[in-house]
Design a protein around this ligand. Structure first.
Ligand code: PLP
Length: 383
């Protein structure tokens, strides 16, 4: 390994931001209106159009989007919400914010996502909703899940935090959802620093979410500002402050324009990884499901029994080459915040949690950088 290779560490993820974002933020600062205002409205409209969603409501992050989704769907104390344990902890936390109980379901071994079968195993008479995650960007078969849940009156909330730019059944992920939550954290593709979005096919849910994110005020702060003699506002229920700022939205609008290029580049690099992994016994890489395409937000590999190293050893091996891989998706039921909950057996979740790692993949990654990762994966077989 050359000296400069030793010095440059390859990160697992880096946001792709440029001068256009800098200019967009500067323009907002110069405008003097930095809180939620016209740029948030413009970003919402652009996001709704790009995701083929009827309504989009920008919020402070995906965790607050999930919280709001549960509120507008009428989920509350005594209700059960089926969630995958195999997800970032926010998915399991959200039901607790409305006094409901998260109930863990196992996931499909190939996609890492819920299926009608894994949901059916844990549904009870108290099940009010399911939070179904497009884990790591891999689209779940929402159509199949809704076909199973809708007749039972179980609301399906799509947690599309990772999945902007993924597709299902020939449409953008989220297009087939009654309600979906999105994240713009830098660990995802499209970023606003922190930020989130709620999309929904229902205008009544969109209207209520729009009010609730802003203290349930009858007129928005932006509308009040626009009038010289502001009308008196009222507060019909207890709301929240889940607003996005115009600074974030201005960045989001630029980022949305970059999304197709980001997805294309990630899919090219993922194809390169997939070709290398196909020649290495003992490794399985995540791939597109039959019904859609992933944005490879998380390009994970499973370290199988016949690999000479286990997942921890392979991570050390990569780290020695200056490559920062990450353990795969977490399992919420194994965390102190949730390990007191009784749950059905979760064998697939536990196996994937123990055996997967996420490979570096980001827009600016160079060919030599990716070649270094591929080389390190290969030398794990001939130490
Ligand atoms: C990142 C993530 C979240 C939380 O998103 P924030 O915007 O950071 O609140 C929720 N669910 C999933 C599946 C995620 O990956």
């Amino acid at each position: 390994m050359s000296l400069d290779q030793q010095l440059t560490r390859i990160n697992v993820m880096q946001p792709w931001l440029g001068e256009e974002e800098v200019a967009a933020v500067a323009a907002v600062l110069r405008s003097g209106w930095v809180a939620q205002g016209p740029r948030v409205a413009a970003f919402e409209a652009a996001f709704a159009a790009s995701q083929e969603a009827a309504h989009a409501v920008a919020v402070s992050n995906c965790t607050t989007a999930l919280h709001l989704a549960l509120v507008v769907a009428g989920v509350g104390p005594g209700d059960e919400v089926v969630v995958p344990s195999f997800s970032f902890v926010a998915t399991a936390n959200a039901p607790t914010y409305v006094g409901a109980t998260p109930v863990f379901a196992d996931v499909d071994a190939t996609t890492g996502n819920l299926t009608p079968a894994t949901i059916a195993t844990v549904v009870t008479a108290r099940t009010r909703a399911v939070i179904a995650v497009d884990q790591g960007g891999v689209p779940l078969d929402l159509r199949a899940i809704r076909a199973w849940c809708d007749p039972l009156g179980i609301t399906v909330i799509e947690d599309a935090a990772c999945a902007a730019g993924s597709t299902a059944h020939g449409r953008p992920v989220g297009a087939g959802a009654e309600i979906a939550a999105w994240s713009f954290h830098p660990r995802k593709l499209l970023t606003t620093g922190e930020g989130g979005m709620l999309t929904t096919s229902r205008s009544d849910w969109a209207d209520r979410a729009r009010r609730l994110r802003e203290h349930a005020m009858s007129t928005s702060a932006a509308d009040r500002h626009a009038s010289v003699l502001a009308p008196p506002e009222s507060y019909a229920e207890v709301g929240f402050n889940f607003r996005m700022t115009d600074l974030q939205a201005a960045v989001g609008s630029v980022q949305l324009g970059r999304l197709p290029a980001m997805v294309a580049r990630r899919r090219e690099r993922a194809a390169t990884y997939a070709a290398v992994v196909a020649d290495l016994p003992g490794l399985r890489m995540v791939a597109d499901p039959a019904w859609g395409t992933t944005n490879f937000q998380s390009c994970w590999v499973e370290v199988l029994e016949d690999h000479p190293m286990d997942r921890e050893e392979l991570m050390v091996h990569l780290a020695e080459a200056g490559i920062s891989a990450r353990r795969g998706i977490m399992a919420a039921h194994r965390q102190p915040a949730h390990d007191h909950r009784s749950h059905a057996p979760l064998p697939v979740t536990e196996r994937l949690n123990d055996r997967t790692l996420i490979l570096p993949l980001f827009h600016q990654m160079t060919d030599p950088e990716q070649a270094r990762v591929c080389e390190a994966l290969s030398t794990a077989w001939r130490p």
